[in-house]
Every structure is written in C-alpha cells, then in structure tokens.
Design a protein around this ligand. Structure first.
Ligand SMILES: Nc1nc2c(c(=O)[nH]1)N[C@H]1C(S)=C(S)[C@@H](COP(=O)(O)O)O[C@H]1N2
Ligand SMILES: [Mo]
Length: 315
C-alpha cells in the first residue's frame, strides 16, 4: 500500500491522533515521508498536527505573510450553522466522511464519486492565497487542493456548457440552520456559480485541506471552492454537486439581495458594497487596515477575463 492510500484510509483518525502516535506515522514509510518536504517540515518544527495529505509545497513567491491555523479555523462564515463567526463549536454535526459528490448537467461523462476517491485522481498542491471577505476582513491561507480545471477536463463538458453551478449538501441533520426554512438567513442549499473561463482559470482551486491537513469542518470539509480574486462568499463550502449549465446560475447571495450582491463578486476597491466600503481591509490579527487591490492582487492572472465587462455594473 502506498503512503497516499494509507493516509486516506486513516482519515477517521484525527490529525491530532496521528501526531500523538508519531512513531506509527513514521513507520508508514520513511521513503515516502522523506520525499515530501512539507511533511518533514511539519514534523521537524512540531508546529501543527501532523498532515494526512501529501502535496507539493507552494514556494510562496509573493512572500505572503500567512495567517495562523488558529486564526483561519476560528473566525468563519458558514450560515448553515450560524450567522456568528464562532462556527468551530457548532460543527460537530457535520460528517465529511464518507461524502459523495455528483458531477452532472451538460457533460459527456457525468459521474458520482466519494471525495476520498476523487482526491486520489489528482496530485495535490499547496496554494498560498489572499482571501478577502466582502465584510472587509481578509487573511492569507495555505490551501491544499487541485485545480478545478482538472476535474472539468475529466467530466468532458459539451460545447453548450457555459457556466458551472455548485451546490452545498442539503441535510438538515448535518446543517442545523437549513431546517429554519423561510425564517433562516438565506435559502438552502447554498449555491454558487462561475463562468466557464473563470472555472478553467489555473488559480481556481478545489480545496480539500489547509496547513497540510484535511479541511476542518468550519472551513467547508471535505471539499470547497477557493477563488482568490473574488469575495469570499463565492468560495462555496462542503460541495455535494457540480452541474454544467448554459445559463448564469442564480447564486445564493444575489438571490437574497440583488442590490447588494451580484454574480461576479470580483474584489474591487472602487466599487463599494452598500454597507461596507471596499477600499481597505483588515487582515485578521493585524491592527492597521491595508489597501484592497483590484482582483485582490491577481489582476495579472485574471484581468483579461473581464476586458469587456463594466466592473461597476456587473458586481
Ligand atoms: N455553504 C457555504 N459556503 C460559504 C459560506 C456559507 O455560509 N455557506 N460563507 C462564505 C463566505 S461569506 C466566506 S467569507 C467564506 C469563509 O470561508 P472560511 O470560513 O473558510 O474563511 O466561505 C464562503 N462559503
Ligand atoms: Mo464573506
């Protein structure tokens, strides 16, 4: 059994459990461990609970200052549990393993797969990205995942597929706020969407982990989207369905309040939200605000996608 298979089989064991049983972990295969510098770093520094993901490390060329694991996992938006930021204490009802995900719609190869099997099909990589919420806070996160483009290639979309629509699992037992129905904050299941070229952009990530280990429930376990140049609400959590469609999907926040939210949600310091200026942001853990950048600093990579779009109109 390869190290990768073994680590996936051991998903039921918490990373903390593995960490406490370090000798057992090391016995999984010295060669495999040595081959993975990220894991070696973690073991050497004793900094984080041991990873159960194997991935290629990001060299952090922009020299971004990472937020801590504690910060990233303790200040969250996840309305299926609560409108508060203290989601961590509520997420024990979410059971991310096993977890089935369906790929359907305008594709030649629709399929249904367990997330653990899906992960095995791709080489995972770390992506250190800025992450900016429309509420005016931001952070830098070392995500682990694979490019959405790779999954799209696997599904073989038809030429009529112009958009990709994502849905969070609907299960009132796992997500307590879903049962509040019309009295809840938003309609469920949570829905998001991307234009096909946005979905195919190499920055667009399907994330299955952060800081080297599988996602915490509060961050959208077991699989979530990460689109670093768009406001955080586009990065839909705990995905159970991905559908290829020919029309622009009506995403949850646009549906809730069309005046405040649109489909694109590109980070733009010059277009204010009715309740929040977008000119500046507070990085979690920092006292002074910093200037927000167009496309969250990823203009070089994604600016071309919006050459013919009025960014003031298409919010
Ligand atoms: N299903 C679902 N996905 C979601 C949300 C949510 O409430 N439900 N909140 C969004 C918002 S507003 C933000 S800012 C990010 C927060 O991600 P994080 O908690 O991992 O930082 O998740 C996004 N994805
Ligand atoms: Mo957000």
């Amino acid at each position: 059994m390869t190290f990768k298979d073994q680590s996936i089989k051991q998903n039921d064991i918490t990373p903390e459990g593995l960490f406490n049983d370090r000798r057992k972990f090391l016995k999984l295969g010295a060669a495999a461990v040595v081959a993975n510098s990220a894991i070696v770093d973690l073991l050497a520094e004793d900094k984080y609970p041991t990873s159960n993901l194997m991935y290629k490390k990001d060299s952090n060329p922009l020299d971004l200052d990472l937020n801590t694991f504690e910060q990233i996992t303790s200040y969250n938006n996840f309305y299926e549990f609560s409108t508060s930021k203290d989601i961590k204490k509520l997420v024990h009802t979410l059971k991310p393993n096993p977890w089935s995900i369906t790929i359907d719609g305008l594709v030649d190869k629709p399929f249904q797969v367990d997330v653990r099997d899906l992960i095995k099909k791709f080489d995972l990589e770390e992506r250190i990205y800025r992450f900016r919420c429309v509420e005016g806070w931001s952070m830098v996160v070392p995500w682990v995942g694979f490019e959405l483009a790779k999954l799209i290639q696997m599904a073989k979309p038809m030429s009529s597929a112009k958009y990709v629509r994502f849905e969070t699992l609907y299960d009132e037992k796992q997500f307590p706020d879903q049962s509040r129905g019309v009295f809840g904050a938003i309609d469920y299941p949570y829905v998001e969407g991307l234009r096909m070229d946005e979905a195919m952009n190499p920055l667009t990530l399907m994330s299955v982990g952060l800081y080297g280990k599988t996602l915490e429930n509060q961050n959208g376990a077991p699989i979530r989207l990460v689109i670093p140049w768009k406001y955080g609400f586009k990065s839909i959590k705990s995905i159970s369905k991905i559908t290829f469609v020919d029309e622009e999907p009506l995403n949850t926040w646009q549906r809730a309040n069309k005046r405040e939210y649109g489909f694109y949600a590109n980070v733009n310091p010059e277009v204010d939200h009715p309740r929040w200026s977008q000119a500046k942001e507070r990085v979690l853990g920092k006292f002074f605000k910093q200037k927000t950048k167009l496309f969250n600093g990823y203009e070089k990579e994604v600016g071309h996608l919006y050459k013919n779009l009025d960014l003031k109109k298409f919010i």
